[in-house]
Design a protein around this ligand. Sequence first.
Ligand SMILES: [Zn+2]
Ligand SMILES: [Zn+2]
Ligand SMILES: [Zn+2]
Length: 527
Amino acid sequence: MTSPRIRVERLTNVQEIRSFRKHLQSLTKRLHDSPYDPSVWIRRSDVLLSMGYPELATGDAYKALILIRKSRNPRSGLAARVNHHLAIYQPSTAIRNEPQRCIAEENAMLALAQALLQANCLQESLDYALLAVTTYPKNRKLRSVLAIVQSAYDHDQIESEMDENLGVMNALEECEYRRSGHVLSQSYPWMKPDLFSRGADLNTSLQRQILRASWSQCRLEQSTIREGMPLEDRSEGLSEVFGVMAIEDIARKEMLLIDHTAACAVDDPMDRCSCCCGLLAASSVHAKCCSARYCSRFCADHALATYHLAVCGKDLSQFEKAYRKNLATPEKAADELLFLRVLAGAVQQSAAHPLCTPFVKQLTAMYDGNKHQPFDCKTNIIGTFKMLTCLGVDIFANHNFDTWVLQTLRARIGNNAREYSIDGHAHIAINPLYSFFNHSCEPNVKWEDDKSMHSSSIRMHTLRSVTKGEELFINYQEELSKKPYLERRKILRQWLGSDCQCRRCVDEEVADRLGQEIKFPSVLSRY
Ligand SMILES: [Zn+2]
Ligand SMILES: [Zn+2]
Ligand SMILES: [Zn+2]
């Protein structure tokens, strides 16, 4: 659904914003000291919801619920710590102190149902509100929230009768579509600049990577592509928009660059290289430590250096099976497996913040102030917490993996990963250098998958001769080139955050205004 069903009220009063921020800081500090205290998670959930971050409020409320449930299980390692906070010191008096636990549970359920409602997850909000009222029928607050959720849900059901998208879906897709919500994609104001700006070290390392991958034919430089973009279209890291420039004259049809994949996933990883998703030949390379197999020594070494240590010996098939069974489309399954891979990389490189792990730091998200990100509790919160727990992360005590970090990671991946299909299987890959090439609807470079072994690496070659110092552009989506400029711009907004200002778009806009004929660029007829 493109428009939000529930509009989140933005805070506008400066005084109020300051007060909420202060409150948020102090609760976050308390969570550093007492990560297993459900009441602090509930309070922070309330503050985050008031600040207009229902996705983060959902994460905190759900953490509170997990803690409360664990406190009932004497075999859980966390029970004693949570019970300490719930003021239940003696396990033998647990039953006598049950009322305190119930109050915390009522509050957590209330916070969760409200946060999910604001996140447009109407089905999940209704499910939790119903569960809460069934468990605590006497709680008036819960009953009134259930009434609000039910009315929003019913209203949405009537509205959705006019939703054309539903007509073409099968039952599972429809169920998934109705279940999933969406939240505003945004840069969180407390994120420190060093978590997204590209420092001098990174620039040097990127320059080295791109020179090596292109046999010194091109280098990174400040791009001029976004000059004149309105200020409100600013995105994370906008101050440093790079472009790729030719260092020398390059002839037509020259091989320009090979961009090896940084992370990728396929909906069904059977018989695939667990590093590049390429097909495994008989000569595949076995990992020394476990049963993982790779297509080449290059992939085996890359996996070991970047993420394998975090997954070695862990059974991840539970995720693969669950995604194939529960998620409506193979693309969504691939998305989640890629997220798992990125998290594994962050866990292995735990000396760095997850947003600063080698290739993740290179990625930028696109926030235009109106873009909505898909969001639901089952995938974004429950599924992600399970992944982290499986990777050995304490989701309560390790604040490096706080929900805002996870959402930022998802936004960066969403803006940079490319999806494609081979033999009916959904693939998704992040190629770190390819994302530095800016888009033009009249590109001078063509990119394509490295067809050998179905690897997710990208090969690039020039479409026409290029002169020294010229910026090199690719086409972000091949099907775009045949569409009229207004349609292209509409589609491109998801990556560019504003209207495409490439030469072809600008020329076509002028021609359109003057009522002139629009010519198809000759360079594209050779595509
Ligand atoms: Zn491989
Ligand atoms: Zn291993
Ligand atoms: Zn354009």
